[in-house]
Write a protein that binds this ligand. Structure first.
Ligand SMILES: NC(=O)c1ccc[n+]([C@@H]2O[C@H](COP(=O)([O-])OP(=O)(O)OC[C@H]3O[C@@H](n4cnc5c(N)ncnc54)[C@H](OP(=O)(O)O)[C@@H]3O)[C@@H](O)[C@H]2O)c1
Length: 240
């Protein structure tokens, strides 16, 4: 399959949690800095051209659970994908199978990285939402009828946006679905020397009903590197 190299890059607590108060500890902040520098810093390790997030991660960080401003009487848009900016260079790709995200702009800023927004939809997303994205100049690709076709999404990202290396950037539901689909090549975890014991926060991998199963996987250690303030950067290959 003609798809990008996919690495899953996440920061987590010692108990595998990807959100929570541990992030505010000195050790959590140091791990957060290491996490950013590895992927987006001045000398990035992977040199990726885009990163992929689940709908909840996008709502938590960029669209804040706003409802999209839909015109249900919008003229019918052409079928298929909408590629607004194929040469932007850095892309923020969000899996949004039902068309829920209330975007306001076709670009976003993450610390000091600017990216063009690309939505991954399924065929079930209606004309009103597609017209909404077109009006904002947000690119979208269709991958699957009602369920996400992981392979189709990845091959379109490579063919339409020249994404050779893609960061799988969470949350846990998105990460695990790509791992279960055999569409993740490497895991890159920055483990913070901190934890908060919260029972309510999501983990780095999570199966979700209707999206993925909980079949066990094994990994092969590529590298373990001590970082500042007790953090450890772990890189694993995914066993097939
Ligand atoms: N520490 C870190 O490095 C890090 C990184 C990223 C995110 N996070 C945090 O992680 C939390 C969210 O994680 P999460 O696991 O709850 O959610 P998530 O993976 O961000 O989003 C899950 C949602 O995305 C859609 N989705 C993802 N994969 C899909 C698939 N294969 N097929 C169909 N739909 C799919 C579905 O949207 P619908 O519900 O619309 O169907 C699903 O409910 C946030 O709090 C975020 O801030 C932390």
């Amino acid at each position: 399959m003609n798809r990008p190299y996919v690495f899953c890059h996440m920061m987590c607590a010692l108990d595998g949690k990807i959100m929570g108060d541990y992030m505010g500890t000195p050790q959590g902040r140091a791990a957060g800095d290491a996490f950013y520098d590895i992927a987006f810093g001045e000398e990035p390790f992977y040199h990726h051209q885009g990163w992929l997030s689940g709908r909840v991660t996008t709502d938590d960080n960029f669209t804040f659970y706003r409802k999209p401003d839909l015109d249900e009487d919008a003229p019918a848009v052409p079928a298929g994908d909408f590629i607004a900016q194929p040469d932007f260079g850095m892309f923020y790709v969000s899996v949004d199978p039902h068309g829920k995200l209330g975007w306001k702009s076709s670009t976003l800023r993450y610390v000091d990285t600017t990216a063009h927004v690309v939505e991954v939809l399924t065929e079930q997303v209606g004309n009103g939402y597609r017209a909404f994205l077109r009006k904002l100049g947000i690119s979208y690709i269709i991958a699957g009828e009602t369920e996400l076709d992981h392979g189709l999404a990845l091959s379109k990202l490579k063919e339409e946006f020249n994404i050779e290396t893609l960061m799988l950037g969470g949350g846990g539901v998105l990460n695990w679905s790509f791992l279960q689909a055999g569409m993740c090549d490497e895991i890159s975890i920055v483990l913070a020397a901190a934890a908060d014991g919260s029972p309510d926060t999501p983990p780095v991998f999570r199966a979700a009903e209707g999206i993925s199963e909980s079949k066990a996987l094994g990994f092969t250690l590529k590298e373990a590197k001590a970082m500042d303030d007790g953090a450890v950067w772990l890189r694993y290959g995914v066993n097939r």
